[in-house]
Design a protein around this ligand. Structure first.
Ligand code: SD4
Length: 326
């Protein structure tokens, strides 16, 4: 039987050492008690370590925007993660290109797409939000902006990712993404701070071996991420093209505005996405949602999607509920 693990929050800094047991997850209907703040949730098992960093900010009374930025930077800088930042798998030509966006409680947002050689795109996205009149910078322009802001250039193609790409090139078998629990995926993070303000962040290296120039949902405000401080926030992981086609995250926020719980809103968005796609074989999408009361929702097309949740009572990874068993 799967075991739920509660951790003493005073030990959060070291909690990561306790985690990597696969038993530390369970399936749940994620909606829980109201007025739960602060709280941070994030996609996949790698969200656990990212949440620790975010929680340190929230627990100290910091704001949700700082929490999500610092949180997802952990995953971006983790070279062992093959789908975010440093160590991310490249496109079919061997370029690691990154997408990220961030949004705060005032509907301010910033994003970068097709960004090369910068380890922490989420922080560049925040600079776009704070230092420019724009929302989205891409490619060379995004990189030039990052360098001008003091970010350093770095080769993000680690030896492991390069080897995986070379093996893929030899086989050339993979025309579609295998987005599932094994390749760990994008990190999307949502936080509610002690003042009751929401923010979110989303960052990825995208679909492994994608066409050069391809951009997914993760830097698209309304698709990979949306925050409306009157209502709630949502983020997405999985096949970005499918998420974009239904404006996934903004739809979930609108459904919550109409009165749906975060869980019901995520379920409706997944049902809609499945209805609109005839061929979803093996193409995973997962949504997370968080409302102003700190209630949580999580749902995916297939089994295998996980998310990490940290608040005053829990610090753990859950298996999301899902529409179809794989
Ligand atoms: C994308 N949503 O670029 C992202 C992919 C993802 O690796 O979640 N995974 O489509």
């Amino acid at each position: 039987m799967k075991r739920r693990r509660f951790l003493n929050l005073t030990g959060l800094a070291s909690a990561g050492f306790l985690f990597p047991k696969s038993a530390n997850s369970r399936t749940t209907n994620a909606t829980q008690a109201i007025q739960n703040k602060p709280i941070v949730i994030s996609t996949w098992r790698h969200g656990f370590a990212a949440n620790q960093q975010a929680w340190n900010v929230l627990d100290a009374g910091g704001n949700a925007l700082d929490a999500v930025e610092r949180g997802v930077r952990v995953t971006e800088s983790d070279a062992s993660n093959r789908s975010v930042g440093l160590g991310g798998l490249p496109d079919r030509e061997g370029n690691v290109t990154l997408d990220a966006c961030i949004m705060n409680h005032k509907n301010e947002c910033g994003a970068v797409a097709f960004l090369k050689e910068i380890e922490n795109p989420i922080s560049v996205a925040r600079k776009v939000m704070e230092e420019t009149p724009h929302v989205l910078l891409v490619g060379k322009g995004a990189q030039e902006f990052a360098l001008a802001q003091g970010f350093e250039r770095k080769n993000l193609l680690t030896p492991g990712a390069k080897e995986a790409w070379e093996n893929w090139k030899q086989k050339q078998e993979e025309k579609r993404p295998g987005i599932n629990h094994e390749n760990h995926d994008t990190i999307g993070m949502l936080a509610l701070d002690k003042n009751g303000n929401l923010s979110g962040a989303c960052t990825t290296s995208g679909w492994a071996y994608k066409m050069h120039g391809r951009v997914g949902d993760s830097p698209i405000i309304g698709s990979g991420l949306f925050v409306d401080n009157e209502v709630g926030a949502a983020c997405a992981t999985g096949l970005g093209e499918a998420v974009i086609r239904i404006s996934g995250s903004s739809i979930i926020v609108e459904l919550m505005r109409q009165g749906l719980s975060p869980q019901a809103a995520c379920e409706e968005a997944i049902h809609r996405l499945v209805r609109k796609h005839k061929d979803l074989d093996n193409l995973q999408v997962g949504f997370l949602a968080l409302n102003k009361n700190g209630e949580v929702g999580a749902y995916s097309v297939y089994s295998g999607f996980q998310y990490a949740r940290t608040d005053t009572s829990a610090n753990e990874v859950f298996d999301s509920t899902f529409q179809m068993s794989k």
